[in-house]
Design a protein around this ligand. Structure first.
Ligand SMILES: Cc1cc2nc3c(=O)[nH]c(=O)nc-3n(C[C@H](O)[C@H](O)[C@H](O)COP(=O)(O)O)c2cc1C
Length: 446
């Protein structure tokens, strides 16, 4: 991603019932996190528009008041395996938890997705913020800092397992009878604070070497993890200034790990509400907001703040709350917006119902493209996780209205450069870490 070839990256943040809490009620909307034909049509549309990837978020709990896109949904890796069969270029990013998971299993399922998709897999490694998840795993929810310590070790183990075999370790030579070459096998034998994993992984090295690793926590330990291991970073930013501050902070941490700024792509969420004119777009958002059931918005806000606010007056201000052990960066962002714009608790709940704290923009396609260009050229973003408020219309408006403008301006690809997700991002295929370490040992001996 040299400066001359720097281009906007686009991810489709695929929420089956739309991102706005009331998106599914929009006239003509199709919805359902388990509605496969609907999801496949959306992925096909994003691939025709040359999106880098489609992204499925995930959680480990639900109840009837949960956001319609999260209340029932397909398990992401299973869903992406289906998407892999009907697409050929678009990247496939799935969320999987480092707090409620096992590195061996995680390494294996993502390696499988990379094989199935011929090099298009990405893993959004999340620490699972919500404490109630613990009840489904017969365990206690670790505090914020420990969740990140676990994540650091978890990701190292997964990467070590992905390198269990060298490239070319399976000659499958009928004449000699050698199927697997034992000299190209590396047994991880990991014994750490949180995990004990012997290995090797029963998967050959995948088309991308390693599936791409996405990090989506923006707190201090979240950024530290991203700086060491992340290749793509999702974040929520309200303004260009805060996006630039985050961008500078995170990219500034890379050198300490011997990394260059372009080895990591920062993609804030972006919820475009598109109309023929700005007024038309504003009317659309007003319609969606009017359908929002406040009783459903309050738990969504409580989750983001990390505190139950159901007992507070919705016409009053946001109370002072202690630092959350759940989502630190999002709670901080929402508190700043509420104070800055003097919002009542009810207004803050509406903001969260619309875009959960991500940047919302109403406008005609040209205005949306202008805003994206300003964030991109101003180094607030390397790309965007596009969050249509409803489907399929919200995505159609974006791909037919905004994408051609970005292409005309030379800011966005008109075709894919290669078959893998690493090709889309311009990230090199990583060498096998065990082979690199062995070569170093050999040269030190020589
Ligand atoms: C675009 C985006 C997508 C996310 N997707 C998920 C997800 O699918 N599952 C999840 O548990 N957390 C998800 N998160 C939340 C983060 O993983 C993280 O828990 C949260 O941002 C709080 O981290 P922090 O305390 O480091 O700020 C997402 C965050 C962003 C910005």
């Amino acid at each position: 991603m040299a400066e001359t070839t720097r281009r906007i990256h686009l991810g489709l943040f695929l929420h089956g019932a739309g991102h706005h809490v009331a998106g599914w009620r929009y006239p003509g909307a199709e919805y359902g996190g388990e509605n496969l034909p609907h999801l496949l049509r959306l992925v096909a549309s994003a691939e025709r528009a040359k999106f880098d990837m489609v992204f499925l978020a995930d959680g480990l709990t639900t109840d009837a008041d949960t956001h319609p896109s999260m209340v029932s949904r397909l398990e992401p890796l299973s869903a992406l395996s289906a998407f892999a069969m009907s697409t050929s270029r678009i990247g496939l990013a799935a969320t999987a938890s480092t707090t409620y998971g096992e590195p061996f299993h995680t390494a294996r399922v993502f390696a499988t997705l990379d094989h199935l998709s011929q090099g298009r897999a990405a893993w959004n490694a999340v620490t699972t913020s919500y404490a109630r998840s613990a009840a489904n795993f017969g365990t206690a929810h670790p505090p914020h800092s420990e969740r990140y310590a676990i994540a650091e070790e978890f990701i190292d183990v997964v990467k070590g397992l992905w390198d269990s075999w060298d490239d070319g370790a399976f000659p499958k030579d009928q004449a000699s009878g050698v199927y697997a070459d034992s000299s190209k096998l590396h047994v991880l034998d990991h014994k750490g604070k949180y995990f004990s994993v012997k290995g090797p992984l029963n998967s050959s090295r995948t088309p991308q070497g390693h599936p791409i690793i996405i990090q989506s926590g923006s707190s201090d330990p979240g950024q530290a993890l991203a700086a060491r291991t992340g290749e793509v970073v999702f974040t929520a930013q309200q303004t260009l200034e805060s996006a630039q501050e985050f961008y500078r902070s995170l990219k500034g941490r890379l050198a300490a790990f011997g990394r260059r700024p372009e080895s990591l792509a920062i993609m804030p969420g972006f919820l475009p509400v598109i109309g023929g004119t700005e007024q038309e777009a504003r009317d659309k958002l007003a319609t969606l907001d009017a359908w929002t059931d406040r009783s459903k918005a309050v738990p969504v806000l409580s989750d983001r703040l990390g505190h139950d606010i159901s007992g507070y007056d919705l016409d009053g201000p946001l109370p002072d709350l202690p630092v959350s052990q759940q989502l630190q960066s999002r709670a901080k962002l929402l508190t700043e917006v509420a104070r800055r714009d003097n919002l009542t608790l009810g207004q803050l709940a509406q903001l969260v119902a619309t875009g959960r704290g991500h940047h919302v923009m109403c406008g005609a396609p040209e205005q949306i493209a202008d805003r994206m260009e300003a964030w991109f050229r101003g180094y607030g973003a390397d790309g965007f996780n596009v969050m249509p408020p409803y489907f399929p219309g919200g995505l159609d408006d974006f791909v037919t209205g905004v994408v051609p403008i970005l292409q005309k301006r030379g800011l966005y690809r008109t075709d894919y450069d290669g078959p893998t997700l690493r090709d889309h991002f311009g990230f090199p295929r990583p060498p096998n870490q065990h082979r690199v370490a062995a070569s170093r040992r050999e040269s030190a001996r020589a």
